[in-house]
Write a protein that binds this ligand. Structure first.
Ligand SMILES: Cc1cc2nc3c(=O)[nH]c(=O)nc-3n(C[C@H](O)[C@H](O)[C@H](O)COP(=O)(O)OP(=O)(O)OC[C@H]3O[C@@H](n4cnc5c(N)ncnc54)[C@H](O)[C@@H]3O)c2cc1C
Length: 501
């Protein structure tokens, strides 16, 4: 069994499969393997099984740039996204390169040998395995698969009902005719409320503070029109993608440059959807749009269900759980048979694997990311983290393209090692995923997230258009990357420049 490859990819979610497809597409000629802990492709879209699980990004931008998403729905459900990732892997011949059931526990780089040594637990057999590679790519997402974030609630031991977390949804959970309280105000909570409402007796969304919610059409009218006109799928995808990237950017930009107007427009749209009888304080956050990730609802399904009275919303703090439900600080009691704690994720880097360079253990928080992709001071290593203010895949695709460009440049110049070397003052205290966003999970994850920089290619700009220019066209040798030639002679970027001049 192969245990050495050029490129070792960890994770077979959107990012890992995307990276492998790029390696093939861009003729890097490098061998690769994907080590995946689960027994299936899809990552997030294989893990989450709660009712209604779907994207909150439009599929034109959440799909891969190189493989059209065929469909007219703006948002897609989890099983379809999983299938799309699996089909993409099959189409690009990636599936046979995946070793399932392998948990990476430690990755160590030796500068002398230009080699990663990766310790792996085969969770199916319980055996330990060792792999080696020249490059190490972390496509492990950003959260702990074993446990979601779940605060301990006062008095929860008294509660006679059931408490469930969306990350660990019991397949046989029967909520027909039951009173359900969903704690949370993020994408998961607003997906669960309409999905459970038809079956449950009543669903209450309990939030500490509101989130901005925007209604989108369930079906993209332009996509429907193009399909009707028999426009080739690839062309329609390209056009729809360009339009949505621009729209996404414009809406984000408005929230940054004119937050007052952006807030006014968003709240007016919600008022029009919920009608006059629902208190707008449930939809009026204390922060500006896009300080935290925006939530979207297809065809305003959440608003419709609230209007119908099958679901309601409470904005308050939990005082204590009681035997029969939850008592709020206001004194109001929410009766419940089932409480869903849609309280989020536990942020984790590299799926919890340890990282080491030349025998020195590295804490991910101490690292700084170059171009939001390579890890400063860690040779031949990359992590793929997508956008938080736009679709994840937009950045994951660009980062994978950049990596292939870098690989080809190294091959053409006979380099075997590359490392981005930050200078004094390049590293900022802001988290790689933070910056503009103040969401709870980002704050909770601050202890493990690599940092972003203060300037130049270390600064994360979260802007697709500028990233595209930098990652697709920017000079590979920019004085920050240091290369080492095969044969171990250490060559600085400056030396390379003067030689090629
Ligand atoms: C419920 C939910 C909905 C989301 N919706 C959106 C959305 O609409 N739009 C958007 O842009 N983003 C969304 N996100 C963020 C989402 O995670 C990304 O968009 C995307 O799916 C991430 O893909 P990934 O491959 O990078 O990571 P993941 O999907 O998390 O996949 C990581 C893979 O790595 C594997 N892995 C982890 N650690 C190890 C290890 N140590 N050894 C071996 N394998 C390991 C995991 O098993 C997993 O298969 C959502 C996230 C969640 C949780």
């Amino acid at each position: 069994m192969t245990r050495h490859v050029d490129v070792l990819i960890i994770g077979a979610g959107l990012s890992g499969i995307g990276m492998a497809c790029h390696l093939t597409k861009e003729d890097t000629g490098r061998s690769y393997l994907i080590l995946e802990r689960r027994t299936a492709i899809g990552g997030t879209w294989d893990l989450f099984k709660y009712p209604g699980i779907r994207s909150d990004s439009d599929m034109y931008t959440f799909g891969f740039g190189f493989r059209p998403w065929i469909g007219t729905k703006v948002l897609a459900d989890g099983p379809h996204i999983r299938q799309y990732v699996e089909d993409t892997a099959a189409e690009y011949g990636v599936t046979d390169h995946i070793r399932f059931g392998r948990k990476v526990v430690k990755a160590s780089f030796s500068s002398a040998d230009s080699l990663w040594t990766v310790q792996v637990r085969n969770e199916q057999t319980g055996e330990d395995e060792t792999y080696t590679s020249n490059f190490f790519i972390g496509c492990t997402g950003y959260y702990d698969y074993d446990k979601g974030y779940r605060p301990e609630f006062a008095g929860e031991d008294k509660f006679r009902g059931q408490i469930v977390h969306p990350q660990h949804w019991p397949e046989d959970l029967d909520y027909a005719g039951k009173r359900v309280v969903v704690i949370g105000s993020g994408a998961t909570a607003i997906t669960l409320i309409p999905s459970m409402s038809g079956t449950a007796e009543h669903v209450t969304m309990l939030q500490r503070s509101p989130t901005y919610i925007a209604a989108l059409p369930a079906n993209d009218p332009v996509a429907v029109g193009l399909k009707f006109a028999k426009v080739p799928a690839a062309l329609a995808y390209k056009a729809g993608r360009a339009r949505n990237i621009a729209l996404q950017r414009a809406s984000y930009q408005l929230s940054r440059t004119n937050p007052k107007l952006s807030k006014k427009l968003m709240l007016a749209a919600v008022r029009a959807q919920v009608g006059p009888n629902i208190d707008m304080r449930h939809f009026t956050p204390s922060y500006n749009p896009w300080d935290q990730r925006l939530c979207v609802v297809p065809n305003g399904d959440l608003f419709r269900i609230l209007r119908s009275g099958k679901a309601s919303i409470a904005t308050d703090h939990i005082d204590t759980f009681t035997e029969t439900g939850i008592r709020l600080r206001s004194g109001e009691e929410l009766p419940a048979d089932i409480v869903v704690s849609a309280t989020g994720l536990t942020v984790q880097m590299l799926g919890g694997a340890e990282l080491e360079v030349d025998g020195e253990a590295l804490a991910t928080r101490d690292l700084v990311a170059y171009k939001g992709a390579l890890l400063g001071n860690v040779p031949n290593a990359m992590v793929i983290l997508g956008y938080t203010n736009a679709s994840w895949t937009l950045k994951a695709d660009l980062a994978a393209e950049y990596f292939c460009r870098l690989l080809n440049h190294m091959r053409d110049n006979g380099f075997e090692q590359v490392v981005a070397v930050p200078e004094e003052g390049d590293r900022s205290e802001a988290s790689l995923m933070g910056g503009a966003l103040t969401s709870g999970y980002i704050q909770r994850g601050d202890g493990v997230m690599p940092r972003q920089g203060t300037r130049g290619p270390w600064l994360v700009i979260n802007n697709y258009f500028r990233d595209r220019a930098m990652l697709r066209k920017g000079a590979i040798e920019d004085g920050i990357l240091r290369f080492t030639r095969a044969g171990r002679a250490r060559v600085t970027a400056d030396a390379v420049e003067s030689r090629s001049a």
